[in-house]
Write a protein of this length. Structure first.
Length: 395
């Protein structure tokens, strides 16, 4: 009996010796996961605390899951993990292209950014051990291949939204903390002249980059112009970028005729009434008109008097009649501005801004110039108001 007990103990020790390294390795992995999860939690705390709807414990559990278990799902090519499946308070999404992991924040007012005809935009958290970051997640049931391609292709271009990742159903971008120009207008926010010039510079920079690459935006509006503040030393600057490439198209031989000119009808130029006849670079001119419309509202703090979708939608009235009325409404107002400018004793920076608006909003597309020309004009104008150009707007 004693001999059997000795044999049993010997076997037990042998098995323990064989499996001890694996047990130690598992313990080490578990310890590392906890360390990195705590590190990410501390980093987020230093940045201002937890996002709305997420407690410190909720975030720690999500971080621990990412560090310990996410790799198992990735191996099975399961890149979207519902919270019901993980047992966490938030769903997770992994992008295999960029190898970035996102925590989808809970449904609440603070995490809702906005929505369009097809997209819903909410906050998400880009997981990182040292620098976790709030980003914007634009979701729609099916993002077009063109939009995904353009979003990746245009990533990093000045004056255009910064893309973080593109997954099957969502587009992750930098979170612009000042929301859109539309939100600023609705809340009656007042901008200084210097800020107006810098916002205009951002819009024209983005438009220049798009047109240089042979792309028409086709949906320039106040909602698709995002604002953010950035601090450099003791000075604070406002930035503006164009976003939403859902209607953007490459202007080339394969471009389809008969496409609507602008997604936002009131920003459509007069020639857009005959959109069936428009082709190629005609859409660059319509982008310029739409940009002029939003910059008019930025400068004068009121919408253009001719801005009315009835010119596009009153289909019972002949197209030619609507076109003539639209052109007349624009000319009448722009002539009044031109007359006042002619009586000015000197050419101030404000007058120079107005002259640029007059050209952008001209009812004749041939007189609207190009995005590159207007960018250079606004660049010089910004220098004149006493500020240096920001790095992100340099060529």
């Amino acid at each position: 009996m004693i001999r059997c007990s000795v044999k049993f103990l010997f076997k037990l020790l042998l098995v323990s010796a064989l499996f001890y390294p694996f047990a130690g390795h598992a313990k080490e992995l578990n310890s590392s996961a906890h360390f990195y999860a705590r590190q990410a939690q501390d980093a987020l705390r230093k940045q201002g605390g937890m996002p709305a709807g997420v407690s410190e414990d909720n975030f720690f559990q999500s971080a621990l899951f990412i560090e310990k278990k996410l790799c198992e799902y990735i191996k099975r090519k399961e890149y979207f993990i519902e919270k019901e499946k993980s047992g966490l308070c938030c769903a997770l999404e992994y992008d295999p292209q960029t190898r970035k992991t996102f925590i989808l924040l809970p449904e609440c007012k603070e995490n809702h950014i906005g929505q369009g005809c097809h997209k819903v935009v909410k906050k998400a958290l880009l997981y990182h051990r040292k620098k976790p970051e709030i980003v914007a997640r634009a979701y729609q049931e099916k993002i077009t291949k063109t939009e995904l391609h353009l979003s990746k292709y245009l990533g990093g271009c000045p004056g255009l939204m910064e893309v973080v990742a593109c997954t099957k159903y969502a587009l992750y971008t930098k979170f612009y903390n000042q929301n859109s120009l539309h939100a600023a207008v609705v809340s009656h926010r007042k901008f200084t002249f210097s800020e107006k010039v810098q916002i205009a510079l951002g819009v024209l920079t983005g438009l220049k980059e798009l047109h240089k690459k042979g792309i028409a935006h086709r949906d320039i509006s106040l909602k698709n112009c995002l604002l953010t503040h950035e601090t450099e030393g003791s000075s604070e600057s406002i930035f503006a970028v164009l976003c939403d490439f859902g209607r953007a198209q490459f202007i080339n031989k394969s471009f389809k005729k008969g496409m609507r000119v602008q997604g936002h009808l009131p920003n459509t130029p007069p020639e857009g009434i005959f959109y069936e006849n428009m082709q190629g670079k005609d859409f660059f001119k319509s982008d310029l008109f739409a940009a002029g419309t939003i910059l008019y509202q930025l400068f004068y703090e009121v919408g253009p008097p001719w801005k009315n979708s009835k010119y596009m939608t009153a289909l019972l009235e002949p197209a030619q009649s609507r076109y003539e009325k639209y052109v007349q409404a624009i000319k009448q107002h722009l002539d009044c501005i031109q007359t006042r400018i002619n009586n000015e004793k000197q050419l101030t920076t404000a007058v120079a801004f107005e002259l640029l608006l007059l050209q952008l909003c001209d009812p004749d597309p041939k007189k609207r110039g190009t995005a590159s020309e207007h960018y250079r004009t606004m660049k010089e104008l910004y220098k004149q108001v006493g500020a240096d150009l920001v790095t992100c707007y340099r060529r």
